[in-house]
Ligand binder design. Structure first.
Ligand code: MTE
Ligand code: MO
Length: 228
């Protein structure tokens, strides 16, 4: 009798130890993930496809790289919305689902970069703000005064990313930190960097910085980038 309960006791200890090892192993994995994120190791390949490097950078922005202060930064959703929104950098990223997509940015100058983009969905921000009837265009504003616009219907159809990471690394300042729009199927000048405001508008004739200078307002990659 005594021998038997001692055996059971031993068995119980073995089980308890296994459980503790298993659970501490689990907690260890979670910490490892956090550490990996902090280290921000760049990926060079994704699903078998070779990526451009984050240092494969062509500086051509209208006022040079912007240094956005994260302490005062706000991402705002304004204009024809039911409820204007304002997020800090952390709120924007942590309060929304994050997605990854492999896409190529093509500049009209003739170069391109294939990167793994990661960010939140513009659609999620618009849904949260509530789109007013009459809204037709989304105008994006940036820290350097740059603007560009896209049809609301295109945004709704495309699930565009507002990226805060490329190749698993936080956007460097020259790449548009804190956010760059991933304007899939559009020329590079629609991929606005240093985004500060997303404005819903009814102004279908709105023209952004390069669009005012004669670049196609549609900006579709499969069409010429000059209107006419
Ligand atoms: N705010 C801002 N965004 C901008 C620009 C700019 O001058 N200002 N240039 C655009 C152009 S012409 C291109 S090709 C891409 C380049 O993006 P990249 O630095 O990620 O390659 O950014 C676009 N976004
Ligand atoms: Mo560009």
């Amino acid at each position: 009798m005594i021998a038997r309960s001692a055996q059971n006791y031993k068995k119980f200890i073995v089980q308890l130890t296994t459980l503790l090892i298993a659970s501490s192993g689990c907690a260890g994995d979670i910490n490892m993930d956090k550490i990996k994120q902090l280290e921000s190791v760049q990926v060079h390949e994704y699903q078998g496809e070779k990526l451009s490097s984050i240092s494969d950078f062509h500086e051509n922005s209208i006022k040079g790289p912007q240094n956005v202060s994260i302490d005062t930064y706000k991402l705002r959703v304004t204009g024809l919305v039911q409820k204007p929104l304002s997020f800090t950098y952390a709120e924007a990223i942590e309060r929304h689902a994050n997605y990854k997509k492999l896409l190529t940015l093509d500049c009209v100058e003739g170069w391109s970069v294939k990167l793994l983009w990661e960010g939140i969905l513009v659609n999620d921000l618009l849904k949260e703000a509530g789109i007013q009837p009459g809204a037709k265009v989304v105008i994006f504003h940036a820290q350097d005064g740059y603007t560009t616009s896209l049809p609301l219907q295109y945004i709704l159809d495309k699930n565009l990313l507002l990226a805060h990471k490329i190749n698993d690394v936080t956007l460097p300042p020259e790449r548009g930190f804190p956010f760059q729009l991933v304007a899939e199927d559009k020329w590079g000048y629609k991929w606005i960097k240093w985004v500060t405001e997303i404005e819903l508008s009814d102004d279908v004739n709105y023209k952004g910085y390069w669009e005012k200078a004669g670049y196609s307002n549609d900006g579709a990659l499969d069409k010429p980038f000059f209107d006419r």
